[in-house]
Design a protein around this ligand. Structure first.
Ligand code: ZN
Length: 358
């Protein structure tokens, strides 16, 4: 049995996985005992469904079990329909991000390229959270992995997610963000992730107003998900029409057993702005890394969420806004009023909602 064939990384199923499982369970118990809780509890999810780069892990027993109502398997292929729906949403969202919005797949980013081949999606009990995404490269050494394990990035999803809930695509967008930059301040990371949900959702999120004073800006930096109102305003200022072009074949994708498409319409404001912003942040975090002597591909969790990042995020946003300002009086006004990144960020208590460090 050779593990050097590159193809196995691209195609998750391996006929010898069952053999390996038996071997590991015979000698691996002590090793598993020594694992940290974050690893042990995720590696204990004993069912797996692999689709493209997504390995979806779940269980049918214990506290993390998929609810009984979500275990229907209408096509009787051995995988609960709910798990297949999650896989379908993830693949469809990835196609939208790459094919429609023109974003770089995280596995093509300097941070993950050549190392990460899978996104491990754990469907389990998260309490009152719907999901989270980890930016760290981890190796769970799951029982069905080859002896050296597999390097992955992580998405956690709650086992009780309602059908059609957009947490899978939202969390996947975080993985895309993490491929571009180290910044995770919530007004940027959660605000733009919520905006990204419009790719699949009917219509678009509500737009607020652009900041008109230093006070407004300070208030913006303290927001999390609700900063999406700012991003929606910015998106509309650059793209008043707000429609994207998608292949019909993509638009036609439906969840099995549902007459509604996964992508509900073609409304999305600011597609070009979003791509330009992520690319600018990719450059800006390199500037910060160099100035602050940080590993450009691996900042600490604290630094990723540090309030001092806000002025760099704002600087990147100004750079991007100037490119769109010629066609937008609102953007011109914002750039003229707040055209300098605040030198001394007076920002405390920034709400991060950061996922646990994995
Ligand atoms: Zn989020």
């Amino acid at each position: 049995m050779t593990l050097t064939t590159p193809g196995w990384l691209l195609h998750g199923f391996r006929p010898w996985a069952g053999v390996l499982l038996a071997v590991v369970s015979a000698y691996g118990a002590d090793r598993v005992q020594g694992w940290p809780q974050w690893q042990r509890s995720r590696a204990a999810l004993d069912h797996r469904h692999v689709r493209d780069e997504f390995r979806i892990h779940y269980t049918l027993t214990g506290t993390h079990a998929l609810p009984a109502a979500d275990r229907l398997d209408a096509d009787q292929d051995g995988v609960p329909d709910r798990i297949q729906h999650i896989a379908l949403q993830l693949v469809t969202a990835r196609r939208c991000y790459v094919e429609t919005l023109g974003l770089r797949h995280p596995f093509e980013s300097p941070r993950y390229k050549g190392r990460v081949k899978f996104i491990d999606v754990n469907v389990w009990s998260l309490g009152n959270k719907h999901g989270s995404a980890g930016d760290a490269i981890v190796n769970y050494h799951r029982p069905s992995d080859p002896p050296e394990g597999v390097e992955v990035v992580t998405i956690d999803l709650d086992a009780k997610l309602p059908p059609r809930n957009l947490s899978p695509s939202h969390e996947l967008f975080h993985v895309f963000q993490n491929g571009y930059s180290q910044f995770k301040n919530a007004w940027y990371s959660e605000g733009t992730a919520r905006w990204s949900e419009d790719v699949l959702r009917a219509g678009a999120g509500a737009a607020g107003s652009l900041p008109a004073s230093a006070n407004d800006l300070e208030g913006l930096f303290k927001l999390s998900y609700s900063a999406s109102h700012f991003w929606q305003a910015l998106a509309r200022a650059t793209d008043p029409v707000g429609r994207v072009r998608m292949a019909q074949e993509l638009r036609d994708i439906q969840y099995p057993g549902s007459s509604k498409p996964v992508i509900e319409d073609d409304v999305f404001y600011g597609a070009k702005l979003l791509k330009t912003l992520l690319e600018e942040l990719d450059r800006e975090d390199n500037v910060v890394s160099q100035a602050s002597n940080l590993d450009p591909l691996n900042w600490s969790e604290t630094r990723q969420n540090a309030p001092e990042n806000n002025r760099h995020l704002w600087q990147a946003l100004l750079n991007v806004s100037r490119r769109f300002a010629a066609d937008s009086p609102q953007l011109r006004r914002m750039v003229e009023t707040l055209g300098h990144a605040p030198e001394t960020p007076d920002v405390t208590g920034v709400k991060t909602n950061a996922p646990p460090a994995l």
